[in-house]
Every structure is written in C-alpha cells, then in structure tokens.
Design a protein around this ligand. Structure first.
Ligand code: PLP
Length: 471
C-alpha cells in the first residue's frame, strides 16, 4: 500500500515512512492511494476474531513494510485485557432499544485516544529500534491526546515527548495525569494561549524543515495516519457487537473535535463496513456542524473558540477534515488546494453549498451532524444516570444528544464513549451533585509533584526549549 498527499505532491510513501512524519512535504495529509475493499466472506471471518487479531487483519491491509509476524506481535502486545480492562477491549452496552455505548475509554488515561496511542507507542519503539534512530515527539493537546501520548511513550527507548497544552485550560485531573509523570523522556510545556495556539506552534515547528531534520521532530497529533488507522478497528468491533449478521446496517455517532475519530469511521465505511450514517457531534464550537448543515466551512479565530465543558472538542478548525474533503471532491488535489490553501488562506472559509460534492456528504458518504450546549450535556448526563443507571462524561453526552436526533427505526445507533466521567468530574458534579467513581490507581494524583514549564505562544521559544533538552 502506498500513501499520497491530499495536496497532490508527486511522491508516494510506504507506511513506515509516514509513521514518523506529520504533514506531507506540501502541507497535505497522507491517505492511502485506495481503500481496501472488504467482501462478505472476509467480514464473516472477522466477526469471530478477538480484538488484537481483528486489528492485525485490518492493519495488515495498510502496512506492508513490517513483517506479518512482527505486526501480529505488536497488536497482541497492545490490545490486552490488562491494559484495556476487558477481553472485548471495546465492550458495547445497550442503553435502550437500539442505542448503544461503545466503551473506548478503559485504557491507561481513560479516554479513547489510548486506543490508537498505545499502538503508536509500540510501533514507534519497533521502528526506531529497527532503524537505530531516535525521535522527538512534539505534540499539542487540549488534554486527552497529551496524556495518552505520554502514557504510551513513557520509558520507551529512542523517544522523547515534548507536549504543549493551553495553560490552565485542562481539567485538574488531566493536568495531574500529565504533569505528575516523572519520566525523564517526558516534557510538559504549558503555553499561554488556547489549544489552537499549541496546534499552530506544532505546525510552525514542523514546517521548519531544517529544525525538524536536525532534531528529528515527529508528531503524534491526530493527523498521524497510524492513529487514524488504529481507530478504524473499533468501528468493525462495534459493528460486530451491535449486529447478529453482516447485512444489518449500523450508524455511529462520534463526539468530534479534530475530525480524527469520525474520519476513521469514514475509512471503515469506505472499506465496505455497512455503516448507514456517521453522525458528527459537536459542542458550542460548531464549525463541523455548520459545514454539514450549510456547506460552509468557516474556521474560527482563537478568540472565538469557546471554552466549554467538553473541552476536548474545543477546536476552531478540524485538522483531519482535509482528508474527508479530499474524498468529497473526488480526490481532486487541485480543487482541494484551492479550498484549503487559497480559500481558507484568503477568507478563512470555503463554501461548497452550491457544489454538487456537498450533496454527497450526506448522500454518498452518509454524514449528518448535531450540536449541543452545556445545558444539553447536563440534561443528557442526568437522564442517562436516571433512566439507565449509567454515568457518562460530557463529550459522550454531546454524542448521545446528537445521536437521539438521528435515530432510524431498525438501525442500531452506536455512540462512541470518548472519555470516562472522572476526567471531567466538575461537570458531572454540576449535573448530578456527586463525584464520579475514581479508579484506584488515580487516587490522590492532584497532590503529586508536577513537572511542567510555562512558555509564551511562540514557536521560537518552543524550539529553543527542545534544542536545550535534546541531550
Ligand atoms: C480527542 C477527543 C475528542 C475529539 O476527537 P477527534 O478525533 O479530535 O474528533 C472527543 N472526546 C474526547 C474525550 C477526546 O479526548
């Protein structure tokens, strides 16, 4: 399998080449040249597989430069009941007739990002050892990515992590999770600004090719193809649990920010998994909902990015969205560049409302969307607790609200549970008046010593810090 850039760069790359890279050299995102097609016989075979073997089968369609036995071992080592809490890895729970929660948040940091990041940690260690190389991971997080990356990379040979986060904007639990890590290869950098400032810094540093090469900068942000690929697996696993046979369509609702999670659903659907609808759920930061309703994609300025009670979805532009739009415009790289480079560059927006491609978003590609507010989240958390004795986090609540608006009789609706309530305790307390249960291993972490530096929202300052801390 070869990978291309959404912006039309002529080079083609293989999996392990893009594994350690962020953006393509032309600023585009990597995608496979084609989506492998899954026939009915294969789907029937996969239905019976344990998660790690299913992951191996799917990954091996996209990865042909790691020997099979090694890839199989990496999957087996990653997706274990010890790390993810159950043999199913992503167990499905029915709330009411045909509405399910898929538990993706029982990994080390209690958010779905562990699903991909744990695999990435093992892939990085494998590939770096094979090359005899080192890598400095530069990341941006509004909370969940950073901790997932740090827990996946801590103590791994050949890897350092430099993780930027918006100063003071993560929940106390998230801050404690990250900043309490004392591993020498983990560096926390609190940036004076919002998440998008952090993301811009990562982009700026990655665009400085000389610096990037000299300091072997890599990324684990959601634009990383390997992460997206790892997430494709749980759409299959969720599908198999929600259905008795492979002719039954299923819909998924995905609490969305950078469009990474739901883009993996898009890939699963393009491979032939019978997904009827992919519902993109947003909070008050509704740039994606606006697009799917109107055809206008209008990125917000940092000052117009609301600080909400589902903070991991507080984005003003969705870094993976370009992947979907590339497919939407028929993989026309020139058109894609016009939208993402010219239109976004000049006007901060593009408008597909009059374009036949926009109709395909709902039609051919099955996308719908929904938006919720703080009051909706509180109501959804209360209702789910009251009627189903089930505690959900605010992001999953955004999902459940959007899902309820898109139900089709006879089509199971699977809502992806993207975090556990303890990560966002303040909102759960506001909704229910009581603290969510805390897993034993996280008791008292807020009181642990913190390892973090404060830097201004300035790529040069971050570069200087990295240079200083690379041996
Ligand atoms: C990262 C995250 C999201 C958003 O996922 P994207 O892949 O960025 O769309 C939603 N909920 C939680 C809890 C997250 O950590």
């Amino acid at each position: 399998m070869n990978y291309l850039s959404t912006r039309g760069h002529p080079d083609r790359k293989r999996f392990c080449e893009i594994l350690l890279e962020g953006l393509a050299p032309d600023g585009g995102l990597y995608l496979p040249e084609t989506y492998p097609q899954i026939d009915a016989a294969t789907l029937a075979k996969w239905r019976k597989l344990p998660y790690a073997e299913l992951a191996f089968e799917i990954l091996s369609l996209y990865i042909d430069d790691i020997p099979s036995a090694d890839l199989k071992a990496i999957c087996a080592k990653t997706y274990t009941a010890e790390v993810f809490g159950t043999d199913e890895i992503v167990p499905l729970r029915e709330l009411e007739d045909g509405v399910y929660l898929e538990a993706l948040s029982n990994g080390p940091t209690l958010a779905f990002k562990d699903m991909a990041m744990q695999l990435l940690g093992n892939l990085f260690e494998y590939e770096l050892a094979r090359r005899g190389a080192e890598l400095n991971i530069l990341g941006a997080t509004s909370g969940d990515t950073g901790s997932a990356a740090e827990y996946a990379m801590r103590g791994k040979k050949g890897v350092r992590v430099f993780m930027t986060s918006p100063d003071g904007r993560m929940s106390p639990f998230q801050q404690a999770q990250m900043f309490s890590l004392q591993d020498a290869n983990i560096h926390n950098i609190a940036i004076t600004g919002v998440f998008d400032d952090c993301q811009d810094i990562v982009k700026a540093v990655s665009n400085d090719l000389a610096f990037k090469r000299k300091y072997r900068i890599g990324t684990v942000n959601s634009i990383n193809w390997a992460r997206l690929l790892a997430q494709v697996v749980y759409y299959f696993a969720g599908y198999f649990q929600a259905t008795a046979s492979n002719d039954q369509p299923v819909s998924f609702t995905v609490p969305s920010g950078n469009f990474g999670n739901v883009c993996a659903g898009h890939v699963a659907r393009m491979m032939g998994l019978p997904i009827q609808t992919l519902v993109v759920a947003t909070n008050e930061n509704d740039v994606l909902d606006e697009f799917f309703r109107t055809g206008v994609y209008r990125v917000r300025a940092a000052v117009d990015t609301h600080e909400t009670s589902s903070p991991s979805m507080d984005i003003s532009k969705a870094s993976n969205f370009e992947r979907f739009v590339f497919d939407l415009v028929g993989r026309d790289a020139a058109r894609l560049r016009q939208l993402f480079v010219d239109d976004l560059g000049l006007q901060g927006a593009f408008d597909l409302s009059a374009d036949p491609a926009f109709k395909q978003a709902a039609g051919r590609f099955g996308f719908r969307s929904g938006r919720s507010t703080h009051a909706d989240r509180l109501a959804m958390i209360r209702d789910t607790e009251k009627r189903f004795a089930t505690l959900i986090d605010p992001h999953t609540a955004d999902g459940l609200k959007a899902a309820r608006e898109q139900l089709t009789p006879g089509v199971p609706m699977v809502v992806l549970e993207t975090a556990l309530p303890i990560k966002f305790a303040a909102t759960v307390v506001e909704a229910l008046g009581e603290e969510p249960a805390r897993p034993k291993k996280f008791e008292g972490i807020e009181a642990l010593p913190k390892r973090v530096v404060q830097l201004p929202a300035d790529a040069e300052a971050v570069k200087a810090y990295i240079a200083e801390h690379c041996d």
